[in-house]
Design a protein around this ligand. Structure first.
Ligand SMILES: [Zn+2]
Length: 68
């Protein structure tokens, strides 16, 4: 066991010392921050999923099989 290797608390990936410690990257840093703030994983999504609406789960994909 060698715990000297830091692990990113977001993706649990071993990471070297860097500007984003203890995270491996700015992305993981922001993801963790976003989760900490909002309790959600939404990141870099200015426009929410409300644009798609509940119709996003429509079985349109199954209709594609008839076209193929
Ligand atoms: Zn990470």
């Amino acid at each position: 066991m060698n715990d000297r290797v830091a692990r990113c608390p977001q993706c649990n990936q071993s990471c070297e010392a860097g500007p984003h410690r203890p995270f491996c990257s700015a992305r993981c840093q922001q993801l963790d921050l976003a989760r900490w703030l909002g309790g959600d994983y939404r990141i870099e999504t200015e426009d929410g999923p409300s644009l798609l609406g509940p119709d996003e789960a429509s079985p349109a994909s199954s209709d594609l099989s008839s076209w193929l």
